[in-house]
Design a protein around this ligand. Sequence first.
Ligand SMILES: [Zn+2]
Ligand SMILES: [Zn+2]
Length: 244
Amino acid sequence: MALPVAKALLDLLFPPLCIGCRGQVSDAGFCAACWSQVTFLDGPSCACCGLPFGVALDGEMLCAGCLATPPAFDSARAILSYDEHSRAAILGLKHADRLELVPGFARWLGRSGRAVLERCDLVVPVPLHRGRLWQRRYNQAAELARRLARDWNLVCDPLALIRSRATPSQGAMASAKARRRNVQRAFRVPDSARIAGRCVLLLDDVVTTGATVEACARALKRAGAKEVHVLALARVVKASQMPI
Ligand SMILES: [Zn+2]
Ligand SMILES: [Zn+2]
């Protein structure tokens, strides 16, 4: 049977469910109601870290944070704002074995990350520590990275970067400072020959304060990465970070 026909038949027998509420899906994995509530981060943003700006500005602009302390990564982008509307879908992927969401999410990542995907030659997921990997059985960032690399004909190397220190979950850390301290020197490149001179796409599911991707980018740059571009499904956009 031709593949599109098989797919149409499968969709008929098992209609895909909304990733927000498990209702009937309309577009790109969401039902119409959930879709209208999700905030896509495709507006004007900081040219480096992707922080959304409230208004459109001329040319490439950097946010105050990137101007004061340039990050170790060259750019960072996320598709969605991590809020009460996108949380169910992302936590489903993280904790509830909803791996059927991976192909759809990878397509979204491909769409909004096109510019960096065309530059990069290696996809590296933010690693989980072995203990946590064992608890969850899979690393959601690695699943996304693998699928994205396959879609874009790139090499995925989930072992290029390892978490050498088990750190308390970032979600449990109260302040940004605590999160930064938590992940300092937690990441290591075991074999720099796999990274040196490469243009690396670092993949994460949710960027909270940016401390984890910053620590990963630093380790990759120390190992000789030419460029590091971060791509994530979602990021926390705090009201206090928004320009007035
Ligand atoms: Zn829904
Ligand atoms: Zn910035």
